[in-house]
Design a protein around this ligand. Structure first.
Ligand SMILES: *[C@@H]1O[C@H](CO)[C@@H](O)[C@H](O)[C@H]1NC(C)=O
Ligand SMILES: *[C@@H]1O[C@H](CO)[C@@H](O)[C@H](O)[C@H]1NC(C)=O
Length: 281
């Protein structure tokens, strides 16, 4: 019997010691906080930023230091209630994804990131000026500045390659030709953006999927003034322009493509929808 007790005590000490040794020692000053959600100019349906837990010896955590260790509080000074939904997601690799969706626009939004009641990195972060929410109709006047603010890459090679087949487009001509060629049997939308308003004419019977295109265009026009433009969008599940480059090609934006077709491939409706609806339902 005494041997058993001794063994148990020994085991208990070993386990406790083990637990004590693996207790994370996060250094809140050395931990890192960064991302677009800390910049007022980056207007997204759900904004986000990252936290990287860093230990006292300046080594990044590579596994979770534990859930709910970091707390995030977002508020606008002077507002009684700030209608913002915040989530801190443990990425289990020593970092956390913080995302928040605003239900109203606020001024001087303040983001506090804390670890055990102590501010982390440069917390609190104060976003200067107005911070707009997704449905705010507040388009930026200057598209070039907006593009820069959003930290978009200078170009998207695939889209450039697809567009290279169309060095010149006559909107009047294609509006007749594309409608005639595909308008009866395919599902198409002819979009026109004029004075930053979106107009659409549909062709074909099954055009329900236009809601996805409508919503991304409306979301964009709420954020930035878009130059007047007209284009066709194929709502079907297969690409349409099967002609050879030596023949007369029609520019059609599609959610799909192939090596043998000349549709201009853009992000699919499930991607744009999940961006727009992040934390939305
Ligand atoms: C955390 O890091 C800061 C800055 O490097 C240092 O001054 C401080 O002593 C560290 N705290 C602990 C508890 O290690
Ligand atoms: C720690 O993590 C940050 C954020 O991912 C990264 O930028 C940095 O290079 C990492 N530091 C080291 C020493 O690996």
């Amino acid at each position: 019997m005494p041997e058993k007790w001794l063994l148990c005590t020994f085991l208990l000490i070993a386990i406790t010691k083990c637990a004590v040794e693996s207790t994370p020692t996060v250094n809140q000053t050395r931990s890192l906080v960064w991302g677009p959600g800390l910049d007022a100019n980056i207007v997204l349906p759900a904004r986000y930023f990252y936290i990287q837990a860093v230990a006292g010896d300046n080594v990044n955590f590579t596994s979770s230091p534990g859930e709910n260790l970091f707390t995030v509080n977002i508020y606008s000074p002077g507002e009684q209630f700030t209608r913002i939904w915040v989530q801190v997601l443990d990425r289990k690799d020593g970092s956390f994804l913080v995302r928040y969706r605003m239900y109203s626009s606020y001024r001087g939004l303040t983001i506090e990131v804390k670890f055990q009641d102590e501010h982390v990195a440069q917390s609190p972060y104060v976003l200067k000026g107005y911070v707009y929410h997704e449905t705010c109709d507040c388009p930026h006047e200057d598209g070039t500045m907006w593009y820069k603010d959003m930290q978009c890459p200078p170009s998207f090679p695939q889209i450039q390659q697809d567009l290279a087949h169309f060095p010149f487009v006559d909107p009047d001509r294609i509006s007749i030709e594309i409608a005639k060629r595909f308008g009866q049997r395919q599902s198409l939308c002819h979009y026109t953006i004029k004075d930053n308003k979106v107009y659409v004419k549909t062709f074909g019977e099954h055009v329900g999927f236009r809601i996805f295109m409508d919503s991304i265009l409306l979301s964009l026009t709420r954020k930035v003034k878009i130059q007047d433009i007209e284009f066709f969008v194929n709502l079907g599940d297969w690409p349409l322009e099967k002609r050879k480059t030596t023949e007369k090609l029609h520019p059609i934006f599609s959610w799909c493509g192939s090596d043998n077709t000349k549709d201009i491939v853009m992000p699919t409706y499930d991607i744009t929808d999940s961006v727009l609806e992040t934390m939305g339902r």
